[in-house]
Design a protein around this ligand. Structure first.
Ligand code: HC0
Ligand code: SF4
Length: 574
C-alpha cells in the first residue's frame, strides 16, 4: 500500500493506482472525457490535470500513479479555470445540437458544461464539415461531434482487436474514422457497438429505429410481436434510476404492452430452443465423428468477425440460428398458426442489448425461413428506455406481468445466455442428459463461470470428459482458435469439444446497446442479476421447459428434424 494525501487528507491506496482512481475511491470526482475503467489511460483530453504539492509541474491524474508521501491537489480555483478553458476549447469545435442529439441527458460533455456553468464560448466556433456515416445497419458515426477522446479507437483496438477505427488528420481537425477513411461498412467493423457504448458524446451512437416501432403499432393490419433478450432484463432498470442487475422482466412485458405490442414473448424461450438444437448437434458431432470443436454462432458480431478473419472455422460453427432468429421464425409460423394470421401480417420486434443484432436481421442466410422476413426490427435497450420515457410511462410503478404463451416461458438455462459462459452452461445441462440419460446433479457449472477473458474446463459426463472453452471480448478469441488450428496442423485430437464465443466483455450483459457507464462493477451486478434469475426459475434446464416440449410435440417433431433444419438452422459464408 502507498500513503498519500488528497487535498491534505491522508489516504492509503494500492501501489500502482492512478491519482484519478485514488480520488474516486475517496468520492472525489476529477473530470475526464478520455479515461474509462475498461481502457488503459492515455491522457488525451487534458481535463484531469492536478497539482502535486511542492512541484511546479501539473500532472494528468488519469495517467499518473500515486507516489508515497505526496499530496495531490485535485480541485482549486486555478485548476477550475484551466478545466473551464479546456472545456470551452472542446465546445468551440462541437456542434451545439444538444436538443436533437441522441446523447442529450446522457452526454458527459453536456454534463460537464453544466457543472462548470459554461454560458458562452469565448473562441471562434469551428465545426468540422463532414457527413455522418450511416453505412452500417447498427451504428452511426458523426465525426462533427467527435471530441478526439480516443475511447472508441482504444476499445475497438484493445478490447475487440478489430482495429476498425483510428485517428485521421492532425491538430484541431483530428477525428476518429474508419482506417483509410473508408465507410464503416467497408471497414473491418463487426458492429459490436462497443465504441458507441464508450463514446462520451453523441459522435457514435446506435441507429435509432424507434419510429419504425411506433409506425408498426399504429398500423391496425399488423400484429406486433415483441421479444426481449436475456440481458435486457438486468440493465433496463438503470435508465430509470435502479441499481444495475435489478431484474425487471415483468415490468418490461407490461411496458411493451402499454407501448402497443399485441404479443410479448421472451428470447429466453428460444434460447431454450437453441439449446435443444445446438446441444443435439453437439452430441451428434461427438457420436458420429463430426467436426469438433463445435463453436457457438449466436453472437452476430462474432459471426461477422469469423466470416472476415477466421473463415477456416466455418465448419466448426453450430448451424443453429441465434435465439432471436429462432423466436422470429417461430412467431411467424407456429404462433401465426395459433392466432390464425398470415406471417405477412405479423411484425416481429426484438429488444436487444446489442447493436450487431440490427445487422444480423439483414444477413441473407436463411432469414426468411417463414416465407417472410423472420425478424422485422431490432431495438436496443437504450432505444426501449427512450420510448418508455417518451410515452410517459412510470416504469417503476408498473405491475409485473407475464409473457404470452405458447412461446414465452423460459428456464434458468435460457436466462443465463446473457452472461459469458451461459450458453455453455445451458448446453452442458442439456447435453449431459442427452449423452448419459441422467440429469446433471449440480446445475451450477462453475468451470465455465467468471470473468477471465478465456476460460477452459473439463466437464465429466459420467466417465466421458467433455472439454470446453469460453472466450469473451474479441481480443481473447484468437488464443483459442489458434489452439484448434495447431492441433489440426499436427494431426492431434481437437483440444475442445465445444467453444463459446461472445464478442463483448462479460457477454450480452455488457453489449453495445446497453445503458451507458458499463464497467466491471456494473458487469458483475448484471451477471449476478441473471444468475439470481436462473436460481429462482421453476425449471433450470432447457429440456424441462414445458413449452419447449409442446413445440416439439405439436410442431417441430424432434431436435434436428427436417422441419427444425428448415426453420431453425442456417449456414455461413465460406
Ligand atoms: Fe444475447 Fe442471445 S444471449 S446473443 O448476448 O445466444 O444480444 O441478452 O439475445 O439471440 O438468447 C444478445 C443477450 C441474446 C440471441 C439469446 C444468444
Ligand atoms: Fe470497432 Fe465494434 Fe465500433 Fe465497429 S462497432 S468500430 S468493431 S468497436
Amino acid at each position: 500500500m502507498v500513503n498519500i494525501k488528497l487535498n491534505g487528507k491522508p489516504l492509503q491506496v494500492k501501489a500502482g493506482t492512478s491519482i484519478l482512481k485514488a480520488a474516486l475511491a475517496d468520492e472525489i470526482k476529477i473530470p475526464a472525457l478520455c479515461a474509462h475503467d475498461d481502457l488503459d489511460a492515455w491522457a488525451a483530453c487534458g481535463l484531469c490535470v492536478c497539482k502535486v504539492e511542492g512541484s511546479p509541474k501539473m500532472v494528468r491524474a488519469c495517467a499518473t500513479e500515486v507516489v508515497e508521501g505526496q499530496n495531490y491537489i485535485t480541485h482549486d480555483p486555478e485548476l477550475q479555470e484551466i478545466r473551464t478553458t479546456v472545456l470551452e476549447m472542446i465546445l468551440a469545435n462541437h456542434p451545439q445540437e444538444c436538443l436533437t442529439c441522441g446523447r442529450s441527458n446522457t452526454c458527459e460533455l453536456q454534463s460537464l458544461a453544466g457543472d462548470f456553468g459554461i454560458r458562452e464560448i469565448p473562441y471562434e466556433m469551428d465545426i468540422k464539415d463532414i457527413e455522418a456515416d450511416k453505412s452500417t445497419p447498427s451504428i452511426v458515426l458523426d465525426p462533427r461531434k467527435c471530441v478526439s477522446c480516443g475511447r472508441c479507437a482504444l476499445v475497438c483496438q484493445q478490447l475487440q482487436n478489430v482495429w476498425a477505427l483510428e485517428f485521421l488528420e492532425r491538430g484541431h481537425k483530428t477525428r476518429i474514422a474508419p482506417a483509410g477513411g473508408v465507410l464503416l461498412n467497408e471497414s473491418p467493423c463487426i458492429k459490436c457497438g462497443q465504441c458507441s457504448a464508450h463514446c462520451p458524446v453523441g459522435a457514435i451512437y446506435e441507429k435509432d429505429e424507434t419510429k419504425k416501432f411506433l409506425a408498426a403499432v399504429r398500423d391496425e393490419s399488423k400484429h406486433v410481436s415483441v421479444q426481449i433478450a436475456p440481458a435486457v432484463r438486468v440493465a433496463l432498470g438503470e435508465a430509470f434510476g435502479m441499481e444495475p442487475g435489478t431484474l425487471v422482466t415483468g415490468k418490461i412485458y407490461a411496458a411493451l404492452r402499454k407501448l402497443g405490442a399485441d404479443s410479448v414473448f421472451d428470447t429466453n424461450f428460444s434460447a431454450d430452443l437453441t439449446i435443444m438444437e445446438e446441444g443435439s448437434e453437439l452430441v451428434h458431432r461427438i457420436k458420429n465423428g463430426g467436426v469438433l470443436p463445435q463453436i457457438t454462432s449466436c453472437c452476430p458480431a462474432w459471426t461477422d468477425y469469423m466470416e472476415k478473419y477466421a473463415n477456416d472455422m466455418i465448419p466448426h460453427f453450430s448451424t443453429a440460428k441465434s435465439p432471436m432468429m429462432m423466436q422470429g421464425v417461430m412467431t411467424k409460423t407456429y404462433y401465426a398458426d395459433q392466432i390464425k394470421k398470415d406471417a405477412k401480417d405479423i411484425y416481429t420486434v426484438a429488444i436487444m442489448p446489442c447493436t450487431a443484432k440490427k445487422y444480423e436481421i439483414t444477413r441473407d442466410d436463411n432469414m426468411w425461413a417463414s416465407g417472410e422476413q423472420d425478424m422485422d426490427l431490432v431495438l436496443t435497450t437504450r432505444e426501449l428506455a427512450r420510448m418508455i420515457k417518451a410515452a410517459g410511462i412510470c416504469f417503476d410503478c408498473l405491475e409485473e406481468e407475464d409473457a404470452d404463451s405458447p412461446i414465452g416461458e423460459y428456464s434458468g438455462a435460457g436466462t443465463i445466455f446473457g452472461v459469458t459462459g451461459g450458453v455453455m452452461e445451458a448446453a452442458v445441462r442439456t447435453a449431459y442428459k442427452l449423452v448419459t440419460d441422467n440429469e446433471l446433479e449440480d446445475m451450477n457449472v462453475h468451470a465455465v463461470r467468471g470473468m477471465a477473458g478465456v476460460r477452459k474446463g473439463v466437464v465429466d459426463f459420467a466417465g466421458t470428459e467433455i472439454k470446453v472453452a469460453v472466450a469473451h471480448g474479441m481480443a481473447h478469441v484468437e488464443e483459442i482458435l489458434n489452439e484448434v488450428r495447431e492441433a489440426k496442423e499436427k494431426g492431434e485430437e481437437p483440444p475442445y469439444h465445444f467453444i463459446e464465443v461472445m464478442a463483448c466483455r462479460g457477454g450480452c450483459i455488457a453489449g453495445g446497446g446497453q445503458p451507458y457507464n458499463t464497467n466491471d462493477t456494473v458487469r458483475a451486478q448484471r451477471v449476478a442479476g441473471l444468475y439470481n434469475d436462473d436460481e429462482k426459475c421453476v425449471t433450470r434446464r432447457s429440456h424441462d421447459n414445458p413449452e419447449i416440449a409442446r413445440i416439439y410435440k405439436d410442431f417441430l417433431g424432434a431436435p434436428m428434424s427436417h422441419k427444425s433444419h428448415e426453420l431453425l438452422h442456417t449456414k455461413y459464408q465460406e
